[in-house]
Design a binder for this molecule. Structure first.
Ligand SMILES: C[S@@+](CC[C@H](N)C(=O)[O-])C[C@H]1O[C@@H](n2cnc3c(N)ncnc32)[C@H](O)[C@@H]1O
Length: 291
C-alpha cells in the first residue's frame, strides 16, 4: 500500500510537471507561429503593394517602388549577385560584352546600369576610346558604381547619369549600342522602355539584352526552381535584410516572358531580333536586336 501511494504521488508529480512543460512548449509554439505569421503578412503586403503598383496605371509610382527596392538592397547587391549565382553572373556579362562589334570606338549606353558591372567589363575588355554612359533610377546603386569606377587604376571611359529608361535624358540617335542586363523585367513599362532605347539609338544601332529565363530540360528546371523559389529568397532576404526584395525579384524573374515570347515584344518597339541564345542551360538568355 505504501509503495502504491509512493508511485501514485510520483506519477501525479510527473504528470503535473509534464503538463507544465507541455504548456510552456505550446506557448512558445504559439508565439513563434504568431511571429512567422506577422512576418509573412508584412512581406506579402509589401510584395502585393509592389505588384499592384506595377500593374496599375500609375507607372511613376511603380518606378518609385522599384527605385526604392534597389536603393534598399544596394549595399549587398554585388556580393549577393556573385554568391547566389556562384559567380556565373560575371561569365554572363562577359558573354554579353563579347558581342559588341570590334573595330572603331563607339558611344555605348548601359541602361539600368546598377553598380556598373557591364560598363566596367566593357571598359576592361576594350582597349580603345569608347564612351560608355550608365543610366539608372537607383541613386544608391549609382553611388556604389562611382566608388567602383574610382578604384580603377586607370581613368575609365564610364560616366554615370541618374534617370529612367522610360525617359532617357539623351537626344535622338545619340548612341551606337545599348546594353541592358537584368534590368528589362524591372521596368514599370517594358514596351515604353524598349521604345525609348530605340529613340536614342542610331539607325542600325544594336540593343543587347541579358535577362533571366527558365531551363527547357524538365529535370534541370525542377531543380533550378527549387533553388530559385526556396533557397535564393531565404539567403537573399537574410543577407540583404530585405526579404520582400528577394521574393519580389525572383517572382518577376519567373513570370517575365523569355525566348520567342520576349522577341515578340521587341518587334513592335522598332527592333529586329537577330539572335537569342540561352546561357547556362537556359537560366539566362542573351538577345541581340537591331534598330
Ligand atoms: C537587377 S539590377 C541589374 C543591374 C546591372 N545591370 C547588373 O547587371 O548587375 C536592375 C537595375 O535596374 C534598375 N532599374 C529598374 N527600373 C529602371 C528604370 N525604369 N530605369 C532605369 N533603371 C532601372 C534598378 O535600379 C537596378 O539597378
Amino acid at each position: 500500500m505504501h509503495n502504491f501511494c509512493f508511485i501514485l504521488q510520483n506519477y501525479s508529480y510527473y504528470v503535473h510537471h509534464s503538463q507544465q512543460t507541455l504548456d510552456k512548449i505550446a506557448a512558445i509554439c504559439r508565439e513563434l507561429y504568431y511571429l512567422v505569421n506577422m512576418f509573412n503578412c508584412q512581406a506579402r503586403a509589401r510584395i502585393a503593394k509592389i505588384f499592384m503598383s506595377t500593374a496599375c496605371d500609375d507607372k511613376n509610382q511603380s518606378r518609385r517602388h522599384i527605385g526604392k527596392l534597389f536603393n534598399d538592397i544596394a549595399p549587398t547587391y554585388d556580393r549577393l549577385n556573385h554568391l547566389l549565382s556562384l559567380n556565373i553572373d560575371t561569365y554572363w556579362r562577359k558573354k554579353m560584352t563579347d558581342l559588341l562589334p570590334r573595330g572603331e570606338s563607339f558611344w555605348i549606353l548601359d541602361v539600368a546600369t546598377g553598380t556598373a558591372d557591364v560598363g566596367l567589363t566593357i571598359d576592361s575588355q576594350r582597349n580603345r576610346c569608347d564612351s560608355i554612359v550608365g543610366v539608372d533610377i537607383a541613386e544608391n546603386m549609382l553611388r556604389l558604381a562611382r566608388e567602383k569606377i574610382a578604384q580603377k587604376p586607370r581613368r575609365s571611359s564610364i560616366s554615370l547619369v541618374g534617370g529612367s529608361a522610360t525617359e532617357l535624358p539623351f537626344a535622338n540617335a545619340s548612341f551606337d549600342i545599348a546594353t541592358l542586363s537584368f534590368g528589362l523585367r524591372n521596368f514599370s513599362d517594358v514596351a515604353g522602355g524598349l521604345r525609348e532605347i530605340n529613340r536614342i539609338l542610331k539607325p542600325g544601332g544594336n540593343l543587347i539584352v541579358l535577362e533571366f529565363s527558365l531551363p527547357q530540360n524538365r529535370v534541370v528546371r525542377t531543380m533550378y526552381l527549387f533553388y530559385f523559389r526556396r533557397i535564393l529568397p531565404l539567403l537573399g532576404g537574410a543577407i540583404s535584410g530585405c526579404p520582400y526584395a528577394y521574393s519580389y525579384l525572383n517572382k518577376t524573374a519567373e513570370a517575365f516572358p523569355y525566348g520567342r515570347r520576349l522577341v515578340d515584344i521587341f518587334a513592335p518597339c522598332g527592333y529586329s531580333v537577330s539572335s537569342y541564345t540561352p546561357l547556362s542551360l537556359g537560366i539566362a538568355t542573351l538577345y541581340v536586336a537591331t534598330k
